[in-house]
Design a protein around this ligand. Structure first.
Ligand code: ATP
Ligand code: MG
Length: 363
């Protein structure tokens, strides 16, 4: 079977280091080192509108920001098809057919949707109910994935329930309509478990654009330093043992620090294990750990920011890439839609079969 990779992000803000370790780093790795037939990255503006219907300008403004973040981390327009979701006309149509294969309680049982509903305060009052489109977004995500017959999906852990929903739709569709039209998919999670769901600066379980608890890939060195210094730590006397559990500083070090960083910025220790041991013994203040974390993040983000600034100088090229990619994506999705409609028997006028049937029956 040929591998088709698909993934995407909502243009609700600049991409952050959670995206980087959770999904972007895996994408670049897959782009450069794996076998695939096609690699599609969707800028999911239609999905972003499901909880930003009152703020379409925000979504519009962030399309090119996200595109710049992609180029900044090393995604390559020569290897990847970049496309804008709302411009792919087959997607809402596929979504509409898939909606008939899923029950309402099933959609609302999705644990990621549940926690996002809570986070956004939906359902607390009648004026602030859950938008139907929002509750439905896992089904539209199934349309995104299946439209390209994608089988490999590099995403963070919060997307696992969406892929589960997609697999259920694929199974139901192929069973009911009697053809193996749709292809099943699996997630490609980062190897380092801590990267599956990077917590926010405020200690919230997930760094998320909507929670404003992020270090962005485009943050300046000064902002990065300020954000690192703002991380709350457990108050303790210097000689007291440091606690690693729920310690965001160490969570971030687990996600970003490598042995080279120790050589460069903290030569007293060889690696993170050694640092952790010393920290637990006491005598190591959080100020010093923050300094190291800042050095590490600056080191990781400098080349990304530089590439981003370079790419911004040639924005017309990226606009063209996006326009061409969207065209190509449309062609692929239209082909799948045609197969879906054929399997469902709703392709009335693509050939003469329907006409012949009708004439035979009524003549
Ligand atoms: P929003 O708040 O608008 O939902 P977000 O920060 O959750 O934004 P998305 O665009 O929803 O970002 O997610 C894009 C991709 O990045 C998904 O694959 C998701 O799993 C991954 N991702 C997002 N946040 C994190 C995180 N904190 N840790 C690891 N992966 C993440
Ligand atoms: Mg999200």
């Amino acid at each position: 079977m040929k591998n088709i990779i698909l993934t995407g992000d909502r243009p609700t803000g600049n991409l952050h280091v959670g995206h980087y370790v959770g999904s972007l780093r895996t994408r670049v790795e897959m782009q450069n080192n794996s076998n695939y037939d096609k690699f599609i990255v969707l800028i999911a503006d239609a999905q972003a509108l499901t909880d930003n219907s009152g703020n379409p300008q925000k979504v519009r403004d962030n399309v090119m920001e996200v595109m710049l973040d992609y180029i900044a981390v090393g995604l390559d327009p020569k290897k990847v098809i970049f496309a804008i979701q709302s411009e792919i006309t087959a997607l809402p149509e596929l979504t509409a057919y898939y909606m008939n294969l899923v029950t309402l309680p099933r959609v609302l049982r999705n644990p990621t949707v549940k926690s996002e509903v809570k986070m956004r305060g939906y359902g607390k009052s009648e004026e602030c109910g859950i938008p139907v489109g929002f509750a439905n977004y896992p089904i539209s995500q199934a349309a995104d994935i299946t439209a390209f017959k994608a089988n490999l999906i590099p995403v963070g852990e919060d997307q696992e329930p969406m892929l589960e929903q997609t697999r259920e739709i694929v199974k139901s569709f192929n069973r009911i309509y009697g053809k193996e039209v749709l292809v099943s998919c699996k997630s490609c999670l980062p190897e380092n478990e801590i990267c599956n769901r990077l917590p926010g600066l405020d200690g919230n379980a997930k760094m998320s654009k909507s929670l404003n608890n992020c270090i962005y890939l485009s943050d300046s060195p000064e902002i990065i330093k300020k954000k690192v210094n703002s991380i709350a730590t457990f108050p303790r006397a210097l000689e007291e043992p440091g606690i690693l559990e729920n310690n965001i500083l160490f969570t971030y070090l687990e996600a970003f620090a490598n042995d080279e960083h120790f050589v460069k910025y903290y030569p007293e220790f060889k690696n993170l294990d050694e640092l952790k041991k010393a920290y637990q013994q006491g005598g190591l203040g959080d100020g010093r750990i923050k300094k190291f974390l800042n050095d590490v993040l600056q080191d990781v983000l400098l080349p990304i920011r530089t590439k981003r600034e370079e790419a911004a100088k040639n924005i017309k090229y990226l606009l063209d890439v996006l326009k061409e990619g969207t065209k190509e994506a449309n062609a692929i999705a239209n082909q799948t839609l045609a197969e879906v409609k054929e399997a469902m028997g709703i392709n009335y006028f693509v050939d003469n079969k329907f006409e012949e049937e009708v004439l035979k029956k009524y003549n």
